[in-house]
Design a protein around this ligand. Structure first.
Ligand code: HAM
Length: 428
């Protein structure tokens, strides 16, 4: 029988790597908390309609990449391809904006898109994200980007570039859309078939095309920034001014359009510039989406919103590989034969006390010889071994072996934890 394997593009994370994942997520929530963001958790599956309406019918995500299935009650559900639409649904469902005028939420979790797997591109991937509801000011955009920068710096990531653009609101967007359609229609036949199809459905997406046939017309395309209405232009200028005031370097990229339809005004991407990510160099992206609440909840639900998400796998690929700090580990060695359950029980009790005292403690419960238990202690990286045998039970003392100095000491049972903690604090 063939060995069972994980589905393509869906990865296991083994313990040595999982430590890095957990550290990354903790660092994200710590940093976000300092900016007033609190964690929210939403379901992995949502009604398909949430994403087809939220992310947009004409997007690659909705058209080609969603995992859609029917549940046992005949409901059409999708594995979430992103977190923003879910978080907005959640905020509306729980009427959180009736209790707080401004809501700052952070999240982490698995997302699913049936893309062609490649380095940095998976079908189950993970994001950390942050969203602000109820604040339409340009300063909110800048502060969100400040959180993004603070988080990346906390990871010791320095080789990245922040690209910003503005897509304006409906009126600006319509003007720009018309200008783009006019521009690309002038040489429609030279476009790739995919871009020809996008011309009427979603002409902005042509700017995202990597097809060589589209590059010439793309390069001469009109700039969105020349089609912004005055209030949209003023918003973007203020975002940039606040970014400058906060010392956040950024580059204006008028071709940045993003692959999701809900954006209004500010959009941005953070791109890795170290080269370690190859073609999938977008570490994260986001922007303002002032119409999504009313899209889901009606005009009465209008709430300005802005957010970002970063891909965890990509962050891990881009991060410097610092070896994890070795934890202080202890092995309790039971010098016992199979019949000697009292000694093993004493070893288990001691291990439990040491764990309660905050020490990572290993016990071998297989009744193997003390010699092979000490070998195993070495393998798990134990700094000290505590030997418990019949003699130790009788004298109420145990033998502590310093695995690094190869020195042994007799220690009263009651002070083992203190002794080990002192050893943990001593330089290696
Ligand atoms: P997005 O640009 O689609 O935005 O995804 C954000 C990040 O998730 C990407 O920059 C990338 O790092 C990671 N990512 C996306 N797809 C994959 C994949 N197939 N494999 C690995 N990593 C991937 C959003 O999802 C928006 N919800 C961001 C947002 C939040 N906008 C407003 N608020």
């Amino acid at each position: 029988m063939a060995l069972l394997q994980a589905a393509p593009g869906m990865n296991d994370v083994l313990p040595a790597e999982a430590v890095r994942w957990r550290a990354l997520e903790s660092r994200f929530f710590e940093t976000a908390a300092r900016y007033g963001f609190r964690e929210v958790r939403t379901p992995l599956c949502e009604p398909v309609e949430l994403f087809s309406r939220g992310v947009g019918e004409g997007t690659d995500i909705v058209e080609k990449e969603m995992y859609v299935f029917e549940d046992r009650g005949g409901r059409a559900l999708a594995l979430r391809p992103e977190g923003t639409a879910s978080a907005v649904r959640c905020a509306l469902e729980h009427a959180v904006l009736e209790r707080e005028p401004v809501v700052r939420w952070a999240y982490a979790g698995a997302m699913f898109r049936a893309e062609k797997p490649a380095r940095g591109r998976f079908r189950q991937f993970h994001q950390v994200g942050a969203e602000v509801y109820g604040d339409g000011s340009p300063a909110a955009d800048a502060e969100l980007l400040d959180l993004l920068g603070a988080f990346l710096r906390a990871l010791n990531l320095t080789a990245f570039e922040l690209r910003v653009n503005s897509l304006g609101q409906r009126a600006s967007r319509q003007r720009y859309r018309d200008a783009l359609v006019a521009h690309f229609s002038s040489a429609r036949e030279s476009l790739s078939p995919e871009s020809q199809a996008r011309l009427l459905k979603n002409p902005l997406r042509i700017l995202d095309s990597k097809d060589p046939r589209d590059q010439a017309l793309k390069a001469s395309a009109p700039s969105v920034l020349d089609h912004l209405e005055d209030d949209d232009r003023a918003h973007f200028e203020r975002v940039r001014a606040y970014l400058d005031a906060l010392g956040t370097p950024h580059r204006v990229d008028p071709t940045l359009v993003r692959g999701l339809d809900y954006y209004t005004r500010t959009v941005f991407e953070v791109v890795d510039t170290s080269g370690s990510l190859g073609a999938q160099d977008a570490l994260g992206g986001g922007g303002r989406y002032d119409n999504l609440f009313s899209e889901f909840g009606g005009e009465g639900a209008r709430v300005p919103a802005v957010g970002f998400a970063l891909g965890l796998e990509r962050l891990l690929l881009a991060m410097p590989q610092t070896p994890p700090a070795g934890a202080f580990r202890v092995a309790v060695v039971a010098a016992a034969r199979e019949s000697d359950t009292a000694v093993l029980a004493a070893a288990l009790c001691l291990a439990r006390e040491l764990r309660a005292a905050g020490l990572e403690t290993h016990v071998d419960t297989r009744f193997v010889s003390p010699k092979s238990q000490l070998r195993r202690a070495n393998e798990v990286g134990a700094r000290a071994a505590v030997i418990v045998g019949q003699r130790e039970l009788e004298t109420d003392k145990v033998t502590v072996k310093d695995m690094l100095a190869h020195a042994q000491t007799e220690v009263p049972r009651a002070s083992v934890a203190a002794h080990l903690r002192a050893l943990a604090g001593s330089p290696e």
